[in-house]
Every structure is written in C-alpha cells, then in structure tokens.
Design a protein around this ligand. Sequence first.
Ligand code: SF4
Length: 237
Amino acid sequence: MPNPPVRLGISACLTGSKVRYDGGHKHDRYLTDTLGRYVEFVPVCPEVECGLPVPREAMRLVGTPEAPRLVTTRTGKDLTPLMREWAAKRVEELSRENLSGFIFKSKSPSSGMSGVPVYTESGMPVNLGTGLFARAFMEANPLVPVEDEGRLHDVKLRENFIARVFAHARWRGFLENPSSGALVELHTRHKLLLLSHSAEIYREPGRLLWRAPGKRLRRSFSPHARRGFYVLIPKYC
Ligand code: SF4
C-alpha cells in the first residue's frame, strides 16, 4: 500500500497567496517548487482566516514576550481576543489534518514562531516573542516539528527539519496500525538516524524492543521526546 502523503501546515503567504496586509505575498519557491514535490501543504493565514480584510492595517506585538497583545500599528486596535478565539478553533481543526510539521512565516506577529519583535506601548521594539497563532499551534502540538521559512535557508537546519518531518510522518503511520512488529520495524528503520544523534537514545528503546514481538503495546513517550526525535516505548501488561 502506498504511504499516505506527508502533510505540512504552512503560512499561506509563503505559497504565493496574496494575503499579506499590503495585498502582497512572500512566495518561497524552494518550498512550493522543491519541497512541495514531496509533501502536501495545508495553507493557513491567521489574519485573513480570523476575518480581517486584504489589504489591512499592519499590526505588531505589544507588551511582554510571555503574553503579548496583537495591536494595529496606526489606530492601536487590540486584535488579541479575535485572534486568540479564532486560533483556538483553528488549532483544534488542524489536529484532524494529520500534520507532520508546520512552516511559519518569520517575524510575523501572528505566524512567527520565534524572534518576533515585541514593542513597548510607546512603540519601542525591546524584546523578541512568538506570534499568537504560532504560539497556540506549538502549545497544542509540542511534538510536531516546526520551523520558520527564514531558518530553512540554512542547509543544516533544513536537513534537520526534513528528517524530523518524515520521521514524524512514519510514526503517525505506525500509530494508525500499531503492532509490536511494526514498532520493531520503525525502530530498525531509524537506526542510523537515532545513532547520528545519540547512541544512548538508540539503545534505550532497543533494550525494551528486543522483547517486543508478540507483546501488547501501550503508549508512553521517551524522556528524550523533545530532543529532535522521539520513540515509542512498549510496556507489557
Ligand atoms: S505571515 Fe501569516 S498572517 Fe501574515 S500574511 Fe502570511 S500567513 Fe497571513
């Protein structure tokens, strides 16, 4: 049976959609023309999908990096409640889209995953934070690989992201039809990838997996889950 397509969320303006505040886009040809040959994109534009028009007033983050507000730059309109309410619903919808990654537009107060300028009330950029939608998505999906398009221009970061995405997609495939044999196969298939990060991370599940064939499985995350790659540990009951 063919593998299901690898699905990635993506900030819609990166695909060439003219959804930016000024009516333009930020088309990234590498993403659509190269990576796009191997994955299926699910475009999301938080500002348009929450009901704002194109074109629209520019906005920025104001306040603290931990809990910034989304405020329009000229009229000072606070869009935080609108964006938060929409983001909660959209994140819930996206949980049914089988995403194995998300590529965010850098520096956006809605979509930026890190390094977004946070301003004081008087308009001084004094901190760096996370866009409101990106934050909601990452909090709800801590194990889904995420990256911003700016960082993907770095070859090493790009390779790391793609490896995590495809590993995540294979794990998703495993979860659809889990068995101890499939778990052993998954672990074997990722042997070199795991070893390239840490021999211990490779050995830890391996010690449990050698007994796995024919046993029942129960899900449990490795403590290494946040370190770039994660594994499923079998438990015997
Ligand atoms: S950065 Fe995000 S909110 Fe802004 S236009 Fe692109 S997709 Fe829409």
